[in-house]
Structure formats: structure tokens, C-alpha cells
Design a protein around this ligand. Structure first.
Ligand SMILES: Cc1cc2nc3c(=O)[nH]c(=O)nc-3n(C[C@H](O)[C@H](O)[C@H](O)COP(=O)(O)O)c2cc1C
Length: 336
């Protein structure tokens, strides 16, 4: 593979979602492989002191790199944590033999550019069970379990824990300061969460049981990007009933986090090819206490890694969040 090809693969990899759009990665390319490293300078010490959510984000980037490589006619192999002496060297993607590109390869790679986190309410239309079964099977192949939260008791428990976590976060000045550092008002920003991509109204006022993360705690303006303005006689908006799924792993170490990220990446691309969108609801997993309670309340064997709401988007497109240029995150090495 020449250098140009790796740049294209990295361009796809960095479209991965990442917690607060921190993009906590850098890459090194040699002629036959791409290394993915954790960038500790982009850490979130309050929200993510163990780096769990950032490693998950890097797992998604590894999956997107593999998908891009496959669609370019090259068989990828992904090695996780290949260097025991360097735990921040999270993955190496090897370029293997040439392969025939299938329509599915192309569709998944094409979904990379269209996928985005969709926080607006979804249409009142159910996600087909077959699709949930399919993403569950895909996750299973990576050793990651997927549990739909559809029993009412489980839903009540999960909704409660998310609300509880959100309450803890809103009252934690360290958390709020960190969040504000990653919120962006400049539409040309290359990282962080663009203010146009988050609800301007208090998420607690939305007609949904599922409380999305409040990114503008304490600095909310008057207008709403999500609710129609003005007409007091309009019927109330339909209550959103998204499909909510929990991804989890048997272990809770960097390998497990990377696998959860790969499974998340695969799920998001698969969902995008079917016209669906998603947004993580990870507040309850941010804090050890609420995360542990989720394990007990849902009788989980293993560790919850990612909670996600999925549905059909009600709006066309969404503000794209920025990415740092490839040149800033990719270096080339001649080392064999
Ligand atoms: C591990 C992880 C956790 C996330 N948690 C949340 C969350 O709790 N709430 C939310 O609205 N978005 C969450 N996100 C989505 C990111 O904010 C989003 O990916 C990022 O801003 C880039 O935007 P994009 O996904 O539209 O490209 C999370 C993403 C990852 C990978």
C-alpha cells in the first residue's frame, strides 16, 4: 500500500464517533500496516478517568479503518494491543491479500461519511426486529453481547439510572467545566461537540423517557432546535419510543473496550445503511456507582459498555461535527 492509500483509510477511521468528539487517537503508517495509538493529551480526566470511553472510541476508529480497507479491495487483519510494552498502542491494522469487493463492503464504507450522532427525536416507527437480531449477531462475532432494553422493568431501571447520573453530572462543577471545554460554537471547529448538534432546550422537557446528555448545562438560550416554536394550539409531539440497546463484554479491560468499540462501529454503519440513526446515552455508565447499579438492576453477567438509542431520524441530515485534518493525526514510518 502506498502512503496515499493509508491517508484515505485514516480519513475514514477518524469519522468515528468519539466521546465529546475528543478524537483521542494518532496513527503511524508503514507500507503494510497502520498503527492506532491513544492520545493521552486529549483525555477527559473527570468524565473518563480510566480512559474506557476513549478506548471504545478508538475501537470504532479501528473498525472504520478495517471497513475502508475492505472496500478498497484489501483484506484487513486487526490486532488489538499488539505491544505488551506499550498499552497505548491500541491496535494495528494489517493490509492483507487483495479481495473481491462486495456490495455490502461498499455500502458499509459509504455509510461512514453519512453516519452522525442523531440527538433529535426519532420518528414514531419501530426498528425492525431482524435488524436488531443482525447487529446482535455481528456484535457476538466480536465477543460483545447486545441486550435490547425492552422489558418495562429494565426500561424503568435504566431510565432511572440515566436520570440519576445526569443529575450528578449537572451538579459537578468539574464535569461541567470539562464539558464546556469541548463544546464548540465555531462551525469550523475541528474537534469538540458543535452546539448546533445538541438540543438547546433542556433534554428533561422532551417527550421521551430517554434523557439525552445535556451539553449546554447552565448556558441555555431561548430557541429550540427540536420543538416547533410558537403555535400553542398544535397537538403535543408524539412520545418518542426509540429502540434502546446495551452493548457489553464479559471482561472490563482495554481489549474488551476495543472490542466494544469495534462492535459499536459495525452496528452504527449497519444501522446507517438501513436509514437508521443512533445516539449514545452513556451518562449512567460514566460513574462507577451508576454503572455498577446497572449491572445489578439488569442482572447483567458482564460489564455494560455502551447504551444507545436507535431510530429513524425525523430530520434530513444534521450538523456534521468537525475532524482534525489527516495530516495532524497520521505520520509515516519506514520501520518494517
Ligand atoms: C464512547 C462514546 C460515548 C458517547 N456518549 C455520548 C453521550 O452520552 N451523549 C451524546 O449525546 N453523545 C455521546 N457520544 C457521541 C459523541 O458526542 C459524538 O460521536 C461526537 O460528538 C462526534 O459526532 P458524530 O458522532 O456526529 O460524528 C458518545 C460517543 C462515544 C464514542
Amino acid at each position: 500500500m502506498d502512503e496515499q492509500d493509508w491517508a484515505a483509510v485514516v480519513r475514514a477511521a477518524i469519522r468515528a464517533p468519539s466521546i465529546h468528539n475528543t478524537q483521542p487517537w494518532w496513527f503511524t503508517a508503514t507500507p503494510d500496516r497502520l498503527e492506532l495509538h491513544l492520545d493521552r493529551e486529549r483525555a477527559l480526566p473527570v468524565l473518563d478517568p480510566t480512559g474506557r470511553q476513549q478506548v471504545i472510541s478508538c475501537g470504532v476508529a479501528a473498525e472504520f479503518a478495517a471497513v475502508a480497507l475492505r472496500a478498497s479491495g484489501v483484506e484487513p487483519t486487526v490486532d488489538l494491543l499488539p505491544d505488551p510494552a506499550d498499552p497505548d498502542h491500541l491496535a494495528t491494522v494489517h493490509a492483507g491479500p487483495a479481495r473481491e469487493v462486495t456490495a455490502e463492503d461498499r455500502a458499509l464504507a459509504e455509510a461512514i461519511g453519512r453516519r452522525h450522532t442523531e440527538r433529535a427525536p426519532f420518528q414514531p416507527r419501530a426498528v425492525p426486529d431482524e435488524l436488531v437480531d443482525r447487529v446482535q449477531a455481528d456484535a457476538g462475532r466480536l465477543g460483545v453481547w447486545l441486550k435490547p432494553i425492552n422489558e418495562s422493568e429494565e426500561e424503568v431501571a435504566t431510565v432511572f439510572l440515566i436520570s440519576r447520573a445526569e443529575e450528578i453530572e449537572r451538579s459537578d462543577p468539574g464535569y461541567v467545566a470539562e464539558l464546556q471545554r469541548w463544546l464548540r460554537t465555531d462551525p469550523a471547529a475541528v474537534d469538540g461537540v458543535p452546539v448546533e448538534a445538541v438540543p438547546s432546550e433542556d433534554p428533561a422537557t422532551r417527550p421521551s423517557n430517554w434523557l439525552i446528555r445535556d451539553f449546554v448545562v447552565g448556558s441555555r438560550g431561548g430557541h429550540s432546535a427540536f420543538l416547533p416554536e410558537g403555535d400553542a394550539t398544535a397537538p403535543p409531539p408524539a412520545v418518542e419510543r426509540p429502540t434502546v440497546v446495551l452493548l457489553g463484554t464479559d471482561n472490563d479491560d482495554r481489549t474488551a473496550w476495543l472490542l466494544a468499540g469495534r462492535a459499536l462501529g459495525r452496528l452504527l454503519l449497519e444501522a446507517t445503511t438501513h436509514g437508521l440513526a443512533a445516539s449514545p446515552l452513556t451518562q449512567a455508565l460514566d460513574w462507577p456507582a451508576t454503572r455498577a447499579r446497572m449491572r445489578t438492576r439488569l442482572s447483567l453477567v458482564g460489564h455494560p459498555q455502551m447504551l444507545l438509542r436507535m431510530g429513524y431520524p425525523s430530520t434530513e441530515g444534521a450538523p456534521h461535527s468537525g475532524r482534525r485534518p489527516v495530516a495532524e493525526v497520521l505520520r509515516y514510518s519506514t520501520a518494517g
